[in-house]
Design a protein around this ligand. Structure first.
Ligand code: AHR
Length: 506
């Protein structure tokens, strides 16, 4: 049995917890839209064709801003195809996922669905096969109240008020050779700066995300960020980070420590952005939009490779439908801890993705919708993390990992909401074999702070999953936490994640 000690101090503030940290991502990919959120023949579907059971789960998940419509998909997408009378919308080839896009769901339908789930829209523009002009046209269509050709077209298409989209991504993963329109950092930096300048001339209130690397493993990582920001520093607000993790070769210790990699990734991108700012003598600060992050078993990603042929472009094929284990969910909980720890610079993030496609929510056509294991840490953290993120002082034993060296077995983040006099501690036990008893010093949060009803994600079988046959096999369990003399004590089993709400009592 390990022991660890944490100290929380409400004055040791990292930064405010932005609601945008708990964003999601919906791409036109596989069964995400069609046979996912949208299935007009499903018994729960409303008149708009969207499944009400899925809407209820997305609301429960608590996603703030949702990035749309891609992803790789956006780099070949013509936004005009998805607006106007449905019967006139074209069927197009989606080269990114070798599928057919029917355009039955487009901007208006998706925005209506967002109203139902209570989330905001974050739009990506196509800088792959298209450019500045189309980005401007889309912005005019979405954000100009009226009186111009495109804003009037929006109104004629049934949306009187502007969509008022604030967050915009300048393309997607343009460093990746798989991306339509992939280009060098220099070439992308130039076009992104032109698009950003033009879009700001149209609507200065928007917030712009320029593409960083599609992963820190990319050969151009670091230099890509430096070059792109050198072109765009004055005209963008965020640079994106993308990261996916998976358990490789049975190395569970390294997999559980994925948050160490995310920490390093964030810190190197922040350092690179600040370097560009320093060279420019700029007082402006660029934040991070971690707009794709999750566990994704890319090494098992075979279904897509099998879709081939000039005459084979399926509609909504089953793609990237990872079924997540308890271990995967513990890693997701650990990644959320890393995001919270960097809340001063990571002010926007999107779990990739939302339904069916590497997703916390699964559906069966004509059948049920259910929560994957990864649903639980996301929903709980989104619900409890309010106010400010606190710097947690932790004293924990380390464990050797093949990928990241010696890693503390306990990792934690904490939040505190001064007005509500309440907060939360999020903890992960990254030890694959040993339980850890953790004491948490709450004294510096204020007098009379005690732990409340706490939850644990753990299973004797770390491979346990929720499936169509057994949709509630894995759930959160109550966690026993005692508070005495301002110290909370709890025991985390191996491979577990927990959330402990704390509040002033009495
Ligand atoms: O989320 C799946 C894919 O991963 C996205 O389309 C792309 O941006 C990334 O490579």
């Amino acid at each position: 049995m390990n022991t660890a000690h944490l100290v929380l101090d409400r004055h040791a503030v990292v930064g405010p917890v932005h609601r945008r940290l708990f964003g999601g991502f919906v791409e036109h990919l596989g069964r995400h839209i069609y046979d996912g959120i949208y299935e007009p023949t499903h018994p729960t579907a409303g008149p708009d064709g969207f499944r009400r059971d899925v809407i209820a789960l997305v609301r429960e998940l608590g996603v703030s801003t949702i990035r749309y419509p891609g992803g790789n998909f956006v780099s070949g997408f013509r936004w005009e195809d998805g607006v106007g009378p449905r019967e006139q919308r074209p069927r197009r080839l989606d080269l990114a996922w070798h599928s057919t896009e029917t355009n039955e769901v487009g901007l208006h339908e998706f925005a209506g669905w967002l109203d139902a789930v209570g989330s905001d829209l974050m739009l990506a523009v196509n800088l792959g096969t298209r450019g500045v002009e189309e980005a401007l046209e889309l912005l005019e269509y979405t954000n100009v109240p009226g009186g111009t050709t495109l804003s009037e077209r929006r109104r004629a298409n049934g949306r009187d008020e502007p969509f008022g989209v604030e967050m915009w991504c300048l393309g997607n993963e343009m460093d990746g050779p798989w991306q339509l329109g992939h280009r060098s950092a220099d070439a992308y930096g130039q076009v992104a700066a032109q698009a950003a300048r033009a879009m700001r001339m149209l609507d200065p209130s928007i917030r712009l995300v320029v593409c960083g690397s599609s992963g820190s493993h990319m050969p151009t990582f670091g230099e890509w960020e430096r070059t792109v920001l050198t072109h765009t520093y004055d005209v963008v607000d965020y640079i994106s980070c993308h990261a996916y993790y998976e358990e490789r070769d049975g190395d569970v210790a390294s997999f559980l420590a994925s948050g160490v990699d995310m920490d390093h990734f964030i810190e190197t991108v922040v350092a690179t952005a600040d370097h560009v700012g320093a060279v420019r003598r700029s007082r402006k600060r660029i934040d991070i939009s971690f707009d794709e992050w999750n566990v994704w078993y890319q090494s098992r990603f075979e279904s897509f490779e099998q879709i081939r042929g000039i005459d084979n472009w399926p509609v909504a094929p089953r793609l990237l439908e990872d079924v997540y284990s308890v271990t995967d969910a513990v890693v997701v909980g650990g990644l959320l801890i890393s995001l919270l720890r960097h809340a001063d610079r990571v002010t926007s993030a999107s779990l990739a993705q939302l339904v069916n496609v590497i997703a916390p929510i699964m559906t069966e056509p004509g059948g049920p919708a259910w929560r994957q294991t990864t649903f639980f840490p996301f929903a709980t953290t989104s619900r409890l993390a309010r106010g400010t993120s606190l710097r947690v002082v932790a004293d924990a034993p380390t464990r050797a990992t093949a990928r990241y060296g010696d890693v503390p077995v306990i990792d934690a983040a904490a939040t505190w909401d001064e007005a509500a006099a309440s907060g939360a501690v999020f903890l992960v036990n990254r030890d694959p074999e040993a339980a850890t008893t953790v004491t948490v010093d709450l004294g510096r949060l204020g007098d009379g702070v005690r732990a409340g009803d706490s939850v644990l994600l753990h299973d004797e079988d770390r491979h346990a999953r929720n499936t169509l046959a057994e949709p509630e096999r894995v759930r959160l369990r109550p966690l026993d936490v005692t508070t005495s003399a301002g110290v909370a004590t709890l025991t985390l089993p191996p491979v577990s994640w927990a959330a402990v709400p704390v509040a002033v009592v009495g």
